[in-house]
Each structure stands twice: as structure tokens, then as C-alpha cells.
Design a protein around this ligand. Structure first.
Ligand SMILES: Nc1nc2c(ncn2[C@@H]2O[C@H](COP(=O)(O)OP(=O)(O)O)[C@@H](O)[C@H]2O)c(=O)[nH]1
Ligand SMILES: [Mg+2]
Length: 349
């Protein structure tokens, strides 16, 4: 569209944003994307999301069904999946007439090109062989039809992932404090990709001073899980949105980074604290924002009209399959759409 046409009253503002998803295995990347349609639907008509191509349409349709009807989590991601969605809403725009200016509401369209990569790719090429074998065994156990990737293939896929992240305007980085507590290897995952992306940006002349050019939305995932929820509650970080009819708790916007640090301190190895430092070193402070998110949100009993702190858990152990989890009720995503809207608004193509 020409600039003149774009400035015509009523013409939609269209922005293209290339957003990457970054996070360790099981940090919640796929579930976060899977909850997008429900998140847009619950925005009370403000936002809508549609797939740009058939796989992206199918992903939203299938995963909405999985989360809301089958009440289970999406399957493990294999390799790299690419999706492209348009988020549609409205924005205010100042229109200049010859003598005066006025504000009008115009449609706002973001095109989001996203990739969701298998978490193991974030580990990079140099793997401990013993670890690799155990991961392959894990894959085989989960999916008999899918041959385990060879080291060479995973190296190529890692290069693609680094290339993609390098070219993105914005990155959603998902951090799961529970997983970090267990494995304590978050910094290893993070640094591996960060160093490679920084190196690639330097080669391409895209470093802005010492910072990467990217905007970064750091998302603490699984706010609904007891450990994260209780930590946020104990520290007095919780609030609610008065426009939310169910008054679900949220973390105060200015406290999400403090919660991140708080949760990092809980990890026995403190490796995640180094992630916080690395973010400060590599990204311009005004380009980083923290969010406390939950893809499934808190439980709401069918008879309740409001959130009840006495019964908040929406993810419970599966009654018959040991080690599996199931979703107890309807999902109410928290801060799933918001990081993308923020990135869509601040990044421009
Ligand atoms: N409590 C809770 N658990 C979640 C949430 N999202 C994901 N999970 C759990 O984390 C697991 C891994 O999520 P997944 O999206 O597959 O992670 P990925 O490997 O980063 O794509 C899921 O199977 C769930 O058990 C959430 O919003 N809340
Ligand atoms: Mg996944």
C-alpha cells in the first residue's frame, strides 16, 4: 500500500512483525501459542487472530480443541514449526487535514511470523554425548514413528534457529522457574543461543552499540502453578484488573521483573540469575519488558462467579496416567496476547 493510501481516513494500519519464541524444553512455548486463540477471544471483542496459511489455521483450531475440550497439553514439538498469524484490532491515529488534526479509530493489523522450535535445539551443536543419548531415548519413548535426529541434522536446525532469531524484530523469551528449579541449566540454554545470535548480528552489522537490536518480552510462565503463585502472593506482587469480570490475579506490571529475580534466587544453582544479568548486558533496557504469564490461567469452578484463592489450581495430575497432567476446567490465559501486542506495537517493518 502506498503511503498516501495508508494515510487515507479509515485505511487500516498494517504492521509486520517477525517474532521469535525462545525458551528451554518444556518452558511452555507451544502451550503459550496454543492459548492464543482463547486469549484473543476473551479480549471482549478487542482482538481477533487468524492464520495466514493453512498450517497456522490448523494449529490454532487443533490446539484450541486440545486445551479446551480434551483438556490436555499439546504434544511435544519436533524440529522447527513456522506459523504466521494476523492479529486484528483497532488503534487511534492522528489524521492531518489541511488546517487541523483529528484522532480517529482505525483497524490495526499485525502480521506475526513466529517459530516454535523443539527446546533441545536451543542447546546447540556441542552436546554431551551421554545427554544426547538420553534425550534421544526420551524422544523414542514419546514418539516411535519419528526417527531421532542425527547430530548433523540437529546442528543444521540449530543454525536455522539462530538465523531466525537474528532476523527477528522481537523475541518472546519464556522462562519456567519450576523447570529451572529442577534442572538448573537455564543459563546454559540461554547463553548458547544468545552468543550465537550476537555473533551473527555482529557479522551482519546489526549490533546497536553493544546491544542487540531486538525487543525482548521476558515471560515468566506457569503463574498458575502453586510455587510461582505463592511467591508472587507472599511478596505482595499480585493485583487484579478491575475490568476482568472474574477478578483473576495478575502480577503488577512494575513487579514482574522483581518476581523474575525472586524466582531465580529459588533455583539451587542460581543459573537463572545469570540469565537476568545477560539480558541486561545484551539488550537495551528500554527494549525489554517482563510479563508474568499463564497459558491456562487459574481455575474457575462452574458455579463460581469470581476467582477463589482456596481452589486456584487449573493443572492437576492425570487421574489414570502417572506423571501426566490434565487441565481441570476452562482455560483463562493471562498475559499471552499482551507480550505479542507490545512487540507488535513497538517493532516496525
Ligand atoms: N501449570 C502450567 N503448566 C503448563 C502451562 N503451560 C505448559 N505447562 C506444562 O509444561 C509442559 C510443557 O509445555 P510445552 O508447551 O510443551 O513446552 P515447550 O517444550 O516449551 O513447547 C506441558 O506439558 C505442561 O505440563 C501453564 O500455563 N501452566
Ligand atoms: Mg514445544
Amino acid at each position: 500500500m502506498s503511503l498516501e493510501a495508508m494515510n487515507r481516513p479509515g485505511a487500516p494500519v498494517t504492521k509486520m512483525a517477525k517474532i521469535g519464541l525462545w525458551g528451554a524444553t518444556s518452558s511452555g512455548k507451544t502451550t503459550f501459542l496454543a492459548a492464543l486463540y482463547v486469549a484473543a477471544n476473551q479480549s471482549q471483542g478487542k482482538w481477533n487472530i487468524i492464520g495466514v496459511d493453512q498450517p497456522s489455521v490448523d494449529f490454532l483450531v487443533d490446539n484450541t480443541q486440545i486445551l479446551t475440550k480434551e483438556r490436555r497439553f499439546p504434544s511435544k514439538t519436533e524440529g522447527i514449526q513456522e506459523y504466521s498469524w494476523t492479529i486484528m484490532g483497532e488503534t487511534e491515529r492522528v489524521v492531518k487535514h489541511r488546517w487541523r488534526k483529528r484522532t480517529e479509530s482505525v483497524p490495526l493489523h499485525f502480521q506475526l511470523d513466529l517459530i516454535d522450535a523443539s527446546g533441545r535445539l536451543f542447546r546447540g551443536k556441542e552436546k554431551d554425548r551421554a545427554e544426547e543419548i538420553s534425550e534421544e531415548l526420551e524422544d523414542i519413548e514419546l514418539d516411535f514413528d519419528d526417527p531421532a535426529e542425527s547430530v548433523g541434522e540437529s546442528g543444521d536446525a540449530f543454525d536455522r534457529l539462530v538465523n531466525h532469531l537474528t532476523e527477528c524484530d522481537g523475541i518472546v523469551y519464556l522462562f519456567d522457574p519450576l523447570r529451572e528449579n529442577k534442572d538448573g541449566d537455564e543459563f546454559h540454554y540461554f547463553q548458547q543461543a544468545l552468543q550465537n545470535v550476537t555473533h551473527r548480528c555482529m557479522q551482519n552489522g546489526r549490533l546497536a552499540g553493544r546491544h542487540l537490536p531486538h525487543y525482548l518480552a521476558v515471560c515468566i510462565t506457569k503463574l498458575d502453578s502453586p510455587k510461582v503463585f505463592h511467591t508472587a502472593h507472599r511478596r505482595g506482587y499480585l493485583t487484579f484488573d478491575p475490568d476482568d469480570p472474574y477478578l483473576f490475579p495478575r502480577v503488577r506490571e512494575d513487579k514482574a521483573e522483581d518476581l523474575f529475580r525472586e524466582l531465580c534466587h529459588l533455583s539451587p544453582t542460581r543459573s537463572a540469575l545469570q540469565v537476568h544479568d545477560a539480558i541486561k548486558t545484551s539488550f537495551a533496557p528500554e527494549r525489554v519488558r517482563y510479563f508474568a504469564t499463564s497459558a491456562v490461567g487459574f481455575y474457575l469452578s462452574p458455579t463460581a462467579t469470581r476467582f477463589q484463592a482456596s481452589s486456584f489450581q487449573n493443572v492437576i495430575p492425570h487421574p489414570t496416567q502417572p506423571g501426566e497432567y490434565t487441565i481441570r476446567g476452562d482455560i483463562h490465559p493471562i498475559n499471552v496476547l499482551e507480550p505479542l501486542l507490545w512487540l507488535g506495537q513497538v517493532t516496525r517493518r
